[in-house]
Design a protein around this ligand. Structure first.
Ligand code: BGC
Length: 408
């Protein structure tokens, strides 16, 4: 037995490795507020916008991040994943803001002061508006422009161990153009192969820059769908999943780590994705309650990138019923534990999201461990924050008392 194997104890409790990283994640545009120079802000404010509501002040985490990081620390979570906002750092092409760079360095310092390990994402869905206007990831020099941004932020990352280059490049490659994003899993358009290649190049260039920082581990994070073939649709499912997911996982094989993000499954029939089965429980976004998908996604990732360390960089459930959030997370973690027992190198689990946030068009889907008042921004931790903190502090996942199981 290696030191990372931790079988269940006799009472059904699942023990995690002592060095396992526990935390929660956010992304700049979804919590900071007033991300004025980004393409998403522009999209929110178009006269013919397709979005239900604009992000506005969001959770005002731009100013309240010390309080948010303190909540992570008090709960007993050891890691906070957040993103740098490229549109703030480089609001016009070639014009870098020293004040914004200082802001993000202060966030890193605040994590350190609180004993929280920062995980920094350099690109999370949004682009500077100037970058989008000149073609976004379709522009021939997009990788160079991203690399130049990474060069600028490199000094801030001194002492930071975990850095994600691009969040969900597989989703980014599905965007038809900068104003037509569709984040909903079940409606994924075919990805653009050229954009997929450009993103891989941008990722490799970014990793090249980041490798100059001693001790820094870099990787990217894949939005996984746990594609499952309906009987007789195996070949269709394989083809459907290749460019939407596997291409990006294969490109990350051998990186310092790979981030696995998962929320549910997608069953593929002969003509593509099938709707959620009638009567199945869903979250606020209509995604099926299927926490076992995280374990499946981890195993699938490990089969395509054998030996590459995995961090679960996002997993969560958008619900107003916090009890069900705990059930979902417990069941998902049981899948993580089982994969660790089978020898897969999984380094940590970050719940999505620390805060209820701007879900790319609406505040209605509540993923957060922490709610907040829309008028005062006062934070309201939910029981799930303390629950996850207890799992983190003890390294032990205890079955749900009522059922003796893990929230299935
Ligand atoms: C994204 C997050 C998003 C979450 C839930 C992930 O695809 O990285 O930004 O909020 O899914 O929709």
């Amino acid at each position: 037995m290696t030191t990372r194997e931790h079988p269940a104890s006799g009472d059904g409790v699942l023990a995690f490795p002592p060095d396992f990283l526990w935390g929660a994640a956010t992304a700049a545009h979804q919590v900071e507020g007033n991300n004025l120079a980004s393409d998403w802000w522009a999209r929110e404010h178009r006269a013919d916008t397709d979005l239900a509501e604009p992000s506005g002040d969001a959770a005002d985490s731009y100013h309240r991040y010390p309080e948010d990081i303190a909540l992570v620390a008090h709960a007993g979570l050891g890691m906070y994943r957040f993103s740098f906002e490229w549109a703030r750092i480089e609001p016009e092409q070639g014009q870098f803001s020293r004040a914004e760079l200082d802001h993000y360095r202060r966030m890193i310092d605040t994590c350190r002061e609180r004993g929280v390990e920062p995980m920094v994402t350099l690109h999370h869905c949004t682009n500077p508006l100037w970058f989008a206007r000149r073609g976004g990831w379709r522009a021939h020099d997009a990788p160079e422009l991203f690399e130049r941004y990474v060069e600028r932020v490199l000094p801030l990352l001194e002492g930071v161990e975990w850095v994600c280059t691009i969040n969900e490049p597989n989703m980014v490659a599905m965007l038809r153009d900068w104003e037509a994003v569709e984040m909903l899993a079940a409606r994924q358009p075919a990805p653009d192969e050229r954009v997929a290649q450009v993103l891989v190049e941008a990722h490799r260039r970014a990793r090249g820059v980041l490798s100059r920082q001693p001790g820094l581990r870099s990787g990217w994070t894949i939005g996984t769908q746990d594609f499952q073939a309906a009987p007789g649709s195996e070949a269709v499912a394989k083809a459907y999943g290749y460019l939407r997911e596997d291409y990006f996982t294969e490109a990350a094989a051998g990186d310092d780590f790979i981030g696995v993000q998962n929320y549910s499954r997608t069953v593929i029939g002969r003509h593509g994705p099938l709707p959620v089965p009638p009567g199945a429980e869903t979250n606020i976004l209509g995604w099926e309650y299927h926490p076992a998908s995280l374990g499946n996604a981890i195993r699938h990732t490990a089969s395509l990138a054998p030996g590459t360390p995995i961090v679960v960089t996002e997993n969560g459930f958008a619900t107003g019923d916090d009890r069900r959030r705990i059930d979902h997370t417990a069941a998902a973690l049981a899948g993580v534990h089982s994969a660790i027992q089978d020898g897969i190198d999984i380094r940590g689990f970050l719940y999505w999201s620390l805060l209820d946030n701007y879900e790319w068009g609406s505040y209605e889907p509540t993923f957060g461990l922490v709610g907040w008042d829309r008028e005062t921004f006062a934070r309201h931790p939910k029981p799930s924050l303390d629950w996850l903190g207890t799992v983190a502090r003890t390294g032990r996942l205890v079955p749900v008392p009522a059922t003796g199981s893990f929230g299935a």
